[in-house]
Design a protein around this ligand. Structure first.
Ligand SMILES: Nc1ncnc2c1ncn2[C@@H]1O[C@H](COP(=O)(O)OP(=O)(O)OP(=O)(O)O)[C@@H](O)[C@H]1O
Length: 310
């Protein structure tokens, strides 16, 4: 069982002619964690992953795994497993045969094939031609292929694409097991924050090839403040103001307080002699935050509606 290496992206840039697909990108991905690589369609995620895997050469900058570029790795399949597209299977070949060909070419014991099919939940389909697989099945087969060499680093491009809710639930648990129990490094791209929200520990968000945010998912969730409900919101507002806390009336008689510390709010209510009907943390609206961070940046859609010129 191989534990993961550290991915380091430094000043990574890719130009296609005059078009800058990836622009001076710098971030790191740590072992034992699941990192979501997020951005709207066309943001430059796939190009970045392709550079990391040595499939596209950077215009400048570097992408390394434990300090080594992919093309210089001594044992690439045993170090990094990748599933970039779920469609590159020979349609007439069974999933099992596909994995057997890969395993033989890489000198991996054939027994590992059935182990991986079992692990990714596709043994019953293994003897059917891959051309008949649903997108979800192809995703599982791509994952099985990526894991054949027991790599410490796993790079998955939109792995939840085509999975049904049960499949997404399964994927979430599976990736969690690989990161927590096997300490692997997992980088998962997605254009939907919601899709990976419950899966990832860290996020790297890009738009127009540029880094817009990197951090722990828990920090993204924070900042929402506290919600408190009481029979006399005006009096509680005053008590909170006395403690330097801002309180804004919400939609349904509640107050939204500018602190994450629920104790402060509870104490203010207690001092004012007010009963508290509800006191909870307000979750930040991640979808809103994501749209805000990346708004109007989907290059593939062209410019948005423009203001009329007087
Ligand atoms: N070989 C190429 N030649 C010219 N432009 C390219 C090439 N490859 C990618 N691009 C452009 O670079 C931009 C980034 O593409 P990329 O596929 O990396 O984005 P992405 O974030 O992965 O989006 P998606 O989720 O749609 O795959 C896009 O505008 C794309 O059209």
């Amino acid at each position: 069982m191989t534990s993961g290496g550290r991915i380091e992206i430094t000043g990574l840039t890719k130009r296609f002619g005059s078009f800058v697909a990836v622009d001076d990108l710098t971030f790191t991905v740590e072992p034992g964690r699941i990192t979501g690589f997020l951005g709207p369609n066309g943001a430059g995620k796939t190009t970045t992953l392709r550079m990391l895997l040595g499939l596209v050469s950077p215009t400048s900058g570097s992408a390394t795994i434990d300090g080594t570029a992919y093309q210089d790795l001594a044992d690439p399949l045993g170090t990094v497993g990748a599933a970039l597209e779920a469609t590159n299977f020979h349609p007439g070949r069974s999933g099992r045969d596909h994995l057997r060909v890969l395993a033989t070419a890489a000198g991996i014991p054939i027994a590992r094939v059935d182990e991986m099919l079992e692990m990714t939940g596709i043994p019953a389909f293994a003897r059917r031609r891959a051309g008949t697989y649903s997108l979800g099945m192809r995703q599982r087969l791509a994952l099985a292929a990526a894991l054949l060499g027991d790599p410490g680093v796993l790079i998955l491009d939109e792995p939840a694409n085509g999975l049904d809710p049960e499949g997404i639930h399964w994927l979430r648990g599976f990736l969690r097991h690989l990161s927590t129990d096997q300490h692997k490094t997992i980088l998962v791209s997605s254009h939907l924050l919601q899709e990976v929200e419950q899966t990832v520990d860290d996020v790297v968000i890009i738009a127009n090839g540029v880094l817009v945010k990197q951090g722990a998912m828990a920090d993204m969730r924070g900042g929402g403040g506290a919600v408190v409900r009481t029979p006399d919101p005006a009096r509680l507002s005053e008590a909170l103001a006395g403690r330097g806390l801002t309180a804004t009336p919400g939609s349904d008689g509640e107050l939204v307080v500018g602190t994450e510390d629920l104790r402060l709010v509870g104490e203010a209510a207690h001092e004012a002699g007010l009963p508290v009907w509800q006191l909870s943390r307000k979750a930040a609206d991640l979808e809103e935050l994501f749209l805000e961070l990346t708004s109007g940046t989907n290059r593939n859609l062209g410019p948005g509606p423009t203001e009329g010129v007087a």
